[in-house]
Structures are given as structure tokens and as C-alpha cells.
Design a protein around this ligand. Structure first.
Ligand code: KE4
Length: 432
């Protein structure tokens, strides 16, 4: 039933006076679903509590970091202990090596790694390093994959699929995207054609090895295999953007699940344990190009911040020792089956892909394999479903084109409550 949101509405009006759109990241503004974004006051386990005191079962988890739920005691303790020693020194600390070593032990393709402060910084830096390492300029990305707000990656396909991209945002000069080629995800023929035309000019290919930013889109295995082969043949750096999937889909990320070895990997979200951390890493011969070891410049005042490192160390240690991935996948599978059963019973066209603890309910009759298919989803129906679920106390990603995330704190009671909410919400979709 509808919930009171007076405080959120008041705070949103206030925020809009001093912050563009009233938010510090557009994804939170409810642009895809309409209405007023809910202002949160507290997170605990699998729950979020808003300013009006409403509780929600949270399936965003801060867009991915909270795989162990909000405020895991061990992570909070690690942060507090770090705070006792200071917040930032601008000098190296042993904590940076400890987190780097945990990442390297978890992801065999990563032989060296550099910490930054966001996923965007990680992908921006990885692209620069790949260009510096190869001496080439051109890169390939895929429509529907999001890699942060990097100038050269805010791009839409050019007039011809194999020509240069055009900026997808004002403020990005054409020069920044002229070397970016945009292809369709899961399309081996376009890959083959692009390498035929540009092969030895390609510095890198960057992709989400499992996509979260179109909604959940799972790669065809032959697509990944062909990509690896083509990059090997042409000396192109294969970058897996695992900012979302790293430590999410398995302890070794999507690359472990699909057994494909990239040359570089970008990370974020989970590795910060809820604090701002990104990272890029990969083959030692490539990372040795990075300043001060090599000539490719990249820097950051708060990179490797000791408080953030402490949170990340606690997070990765807990994941390594607990191996929560089977239980996460089981809850997510049962959630997907339950949602699909309700939609089917009500005659609602849908697909509900899930992998590990990632899930998206598409209001789309077709399996979503690329952006073109995803864009055929019924976003008006999704918006109605989103708000109906919110009214029932379930907080989903506020866009059809996002993944939802399950945490180790989601209980059987949460699963039952979520499916009971979906029964009501989908009922509203089909009522006269
Ligand atoms: P950040 O700069 O937001 O830390 O990371 C950018 C990024 C890079 N790569 C992938 C695969 C990502 O999913 C992201 C960021 N993901 C979005 C959610 N779709 C973050 C939410 C937001 O923009 O507020």
C-alpha cells in the first residue's frame, strides 16, 4: 500500500536547489520510473530505511557493493580501527599492498594492480594504459555496456557500424570519440568485420563480460571466445570491465565463471566494501607502463586511501573465507523462478535472466541478448511495477536497464515478502 514520503519530497525539493537534479549521480533520480527519489537514512543487513521511517528490502545494495548487506560488523570494525590511525596520509601504507595482494590472489589474470577512487577512473586509466602499451589509438566498446563517464566511452555508434563513434553527451568533443568503434554485444560477425578493417590499429576492446547496464545480459560463450582469439591475433588488449561483476559473480569474477583470461581487468564497488575504491590491473608487462614505473601517467590524491583499503581488505577476506556464492545463487534462482511464475500466471510477457546474485525482470517477451532487444522492453510497465513494489516495501533498481543484487543478508522471509509484493504489483499491471 502507498507509503508516506513527505520527508523525501521535502528533502528532494531542497536538494534540487543546490545539486543538479537533486542527486550526485543521475541513476538515483528515478528518471526511468518517474516520481520522487526516496531519501534513505539507514541501511542494516538487507534493509534500507527512508527518512519517513519506511523499511525496504533492498535489491540495489548501493548499485553492487553490499554483497554482504549493509554495515557488516567486520567491515565497520575495520573502518573504525583505520580511523583511529588517521584518514589519509598521501604516503604509501601497507594496507594498499594487502588489498592489492588479495585482488591478485583472487584474479589470476591480474599480476599487478593500481588502486583508484571509482570505476570510472579505473576504466579511463585502463584505456590510457592500453593505448600507451600498444602505441595505438582505436578502441572497441559495445552498445549498452556502461563503463563510467569517460569521455572516450560516452559514445554512440557512428553512422556505419564500423566507423568512429559520435559523442553521446554534450561536452564531449568529437575528437574524444573518433577512435571509438561501437559494436553490438553478442554479435560475432560485427567483431570479425571490425577486426578485419581495424585489427592492427586497435589498442583495446573493453566490455562488461556479463552486462549489468542494459539490465542483466549474459554473453554467448562463442562471443567471448572469438573476442579473445581476435585480440590475440591482432595484439589488441582485452579489457574486462568487472567493476560490477568482480567479486560479485564469483570470487574470481565473470572471467572465472566463463574461463576467459583478459589482459586487463577493471574493478570497483565490492572491492571498496562500501567505500570509494576502483582498481585496474592485469598483465605485468602492461602495468609496467604505468607511472612512475613507466611513462603512462595516472595519479590520485586519495587513491589507496587507508580507510577505504581497510574496508576493502575486510570485504575480500570475508568473501574468500565464507564463499557465499552458492547460497547467493540459490536465493537468486528461486527469486527469478518465483517472479517468472507470477508473471506467467498473469499472462505478462517477460524474461527474468539471473546469474550468481544478479537478476533483472525484463518486461520483454524475448531473451535480451543486446541493447536493441533490451530497448524493446515495456518501460512504462516496468515503471508501474517499480512503484508498486516500492509501495509494498521492495526497493528495486529504478530502471529497466539495471541489474538487481542479492546479498547474504536476504532471508527466506525476505524472499517470501518479495514474491508476495510481486503478486500484488503484477496484479496491478493487469487489472482493468
Ligand atoms: P563508478 O565511476 O560509478 O564507480 O563506476 C562506473 C562503472 C564502470 N563500469 C561498470 C560495469 C559499472 O557498472 C559502473 C557504474 N555502475 C552504475 C550502475 N549501473 C553506478 C550507478 C551510478 O552511476 O550511480
Amino acid at each position: 500500500m502507498p507509503r508516506r514520503h513527505e520527508r523525501s519530497q521535502t528533502e528532494f525539493a531542497r536538494a534540487q536547489k543546490s545539486i543538479p537534479g537533486g542527486v550526485n549521480s543521475p541513476a538515483r533520480a528515478f528518471g526511468g520510473v518517474g516520481g520522487t527519489p526516496v531519501f534513505m537514512q539507514k541501511g542494516e543487513g538487507a534493509s534500507l530505511y527512508d527518512l519517513d521511517g519506511n523499511r525496504y528490502i533492498d535489491y540495489i545494495g548501493s548499485w553492487g557493493p553490499h554483497i554482504l548487506g549493509h554495515r557488516p560488523p567486520e567491515i565497520i570494525a575495520a573502518i573504525l580501527a583505520a580511523l583511529d590511525r588517521g584518514t589519509s596520509f598521501g604516503a604509501p601504507t601497507e594496507l594498499e599492498s594487502e588489498l592489492a595482494e588479495l585482488v591478485i590472489a583472487a584474479v589470476p589474470s591480474v599480476e599487478m594492480v593500481r588502486m583508484v577512487n571509482s570505476g570510472t577512473e579505473a576504466t579511463m586509466s585502463a584505456i590510457r594504459v592500453a593505448r600507451g602499451y600498444t602505441g595505438r589509438d582505436k578502441i572497441i566498446k559495445f552498445a549498452g555496456c556502461y563503463h563510467g563517464h569517460v569521455d572516450s566511452l560516452l559514445v554512440k555508434a557512428g553512422s556505419g557500424a564500423l566507423t568512429h563513434g559520435n559523442p553521446s553527451s554534450p561536452g564531449v568533443p568529437a575528437g574524444c570519440t573518433q577512435d571509438t568503434i561501437v559494436l553490438d554485444y553478442n554479435d560475432p560477425q560485427q567483431l570479425t568485420d571490425a577486426f578485419q578493417v581495424h585489427g592492427d590499429q586497435l589498442a583495446a576492446v573493453i566490455l562488461e563480460p556479463v552486462v549489468g547496464n542494459m539490465g542483466l545480459v549474459i554473453p554467448h560463450r562463442e562471443f567471448l571466445t572469438m573476442l579473445r582469439e581476435l585480440c590475440d591475433r591482432h595484439g589488441t588488449v582485452l579489457i574486462f570491465d568487472e567493476v560490477m561483476t568482480g567479486f560479485r559473480l564469483s570470487y574470481g569474477g565473470a572471467q572465472q565463471l566463463f574461463d576467459i583470461t583478459p589482459d586487463m581487468t577493471t574493478l570497483g564497488k565490492i572491492i571498496g566494501g562500501g567505500m570509494p575504491v576502483g582498481a585496474y590491473g592485469g598483465r605485468a608487462d602492461i602495468l609496467k607502463c604505468v607511472s612512475p614505473m613507466g611513462p603512462v601517467y595516472q595519479a590520485g590524491t586519495l587513491s589507496g586511501n587507508p580507510v577505504a583499503m581497510a574496508a576493502g581488505i575486510a570485504m575480500l577476506t570475508l568473501l574468500r573465507d565464507r564463499d557465499p556464492y552458492p547460497e547467493l545463487a540459490d536465493y537468486t534462482r528461486r527469486l527469478a523462478m518465483g517472479l517468472s511464475e507470477i508473471a506467467k500466471r498473469k499472462g505478462i510477457p517477460h524474461t527474468c535472466p539471473h546469474l550468481g546474485s544478479m537478476i533483472t525482470l525484463f518486461f520483454n517477451a524475448d531473451p535480451v541478448t543486446s541493447l536493441a532487444v533490451a530497448m524493446r522492453s515495456d518501460t512504462a510497465r516496468f515503471a508501474k511495477f517499480f512503484h508498486a513494489m516500492l509501495d509494498e516495501g521492495v526497493y528495486l533498481a529504478c530502471s529497466q536497464y539495471e541489474a538487481n543484487f542479492v546479498s547474504t543478508c536476504h532471508t527466506e522471509a525476505d524472499l517470501e515478502a518479495t514474491l508476495a509484493a510481486a503478486e500484488i504489483a503484477m496484479g496491478k499491471l493487469v487489472e482493468a
